[in-house]
Design a protein around this ligand. Structure first.
Ligand code: ZN
Length: 308
């Protein structure tokens, strides 16, 4: 039997990115303090579970000393810090090739400055990829990308939310992927010239898709687990057990409670309407199922080597 792997990654988006994507103003809250608290909690949680994390950091966020210090400490504790672009532009794939390259390079340099290690992997803002971005990742010689989220439920929910915002006359900063994402592979693959094509194998890096379940391709991500609760999270996890890699994606905000300055966001981020303790219980329930199912927890750079 092939080895069963699992990886927990956390996108370290600073909290102000959420206010931006929903077109909200964050006046009056100390969002930096909330962010630092999220990272400290995340670190303690990983230690209690004895799992290594893969952290996708936004280069620009590391210009704040407090964030840089915390991310440096996390790297020293053995967690991998990978590249989530320099400025987290949701329209990254719509930029010209030179700007896409500089978003990747500047993000990578900012992370290397803080951790002393050059990132080997990339995750695109908002899960949005295209062939131009994959070209740039090939040029940057990454070992892996982990951005493809082949999830119909997410795709249609995002399309509906963006349509709703337009109807209300508000502008969303999200970019909708092509429907190709719906049929993209759900297990690690080496992409072809077309990013969703596993047969071409012309890229030098591996794609480690964000996890969806077998069958209905339901999202197996922190946001979903928090909303559905512990029992349903365990069920979702069982629909992933046995996969070569279970790639569970979380966000720093998953470690915060709405009462910690985020109540304005709660109407837009359903998971924030669930108390933090309940969300953590759901997350633990899902990880317990994966551990009992024989999955070994690794960093995504280690997983990438296993599937290279
Ligand atoms: Zn992000």
């Amino acid at each position: 039997m092939a080895r069963r792997l699992a990886a927990v990654s956390v996108d370290l988006d600073a909290i102000h990115h959420y206010f931006a994507i929903h077109g909200l103003v964050s006046a009056g809250y100390d969002l930096d303090r909330a962010y630092d608290r999220a990272l400290e909690r995340m670190s303690a949680w990983a230690e209690s579970r004895r799992i290594p994390l893969t952290l996708f950091a936004v280069g620009e966020d590391l210009e704040r000393d407090g964030a840089a210090r915390l991310v440096g400490v996390l790297a020293d504790r053995g967690h991998a810090v990978e590249n989530h672009s320099y400025s987290h532009r949701y329209d990254l794939t719509r930029l010209d090739p030179a700007t896409i390259r500089s978003e990747i390079e500047a993000g990578s340099k900012a992370i290397e400055r803080v951790t002393g290690r050059k990132p080997t992997g990339f995750r695109a803002p908002g899960y949005t990829v295209n062939d131009a971005l994959f070209d740039a990742l090939d040029e940057a010689a990454v070992a892996f990308d982990s951005s493809v989220f082949p999830c119909p439920a997410y795709y249609f929910a995002k399309a509906a939310a963006m349509g709703g915002m337009r109807l209300r006359g508000r502008e969303s900063r999200s970019v909708l992927d092509t429907p190709r994402v719906l049929t993209a592979p759900r297990s690690p693959y080496r992409p072809g010239a077309r990013w969703s094509d596993p047969a071409g194998k012309s890229r030098r890096f591996v794609e480690l898709p964000v996890q969806v379940t077998r069958g209905a391709r339901l999202p197996f991500i922190g946001t979903m687990l928090g909303v559905v609760g512990a029992r349903a999270s365990a069920r979702l996890a069982r629909a992933c057990v046995g996969e070569p890699l279970v790639n569970l994606e979380l966000h720093a905000i998953d470690f915060l409670d709405a009462s910690e300055g985020l109540s304005t966001l709660a109407p837009y981020q359903p998971e924030l309407r669930v108390p933090l303790a309940a969300r953590m219980a759901a997350l633990d329930a899902a990880l317990d199922v994966l551990a009992e199912g024989g999955h070994a927890f690794v960093r995504l750079d280690e997983a990438a080597r296993a599937f290279a």
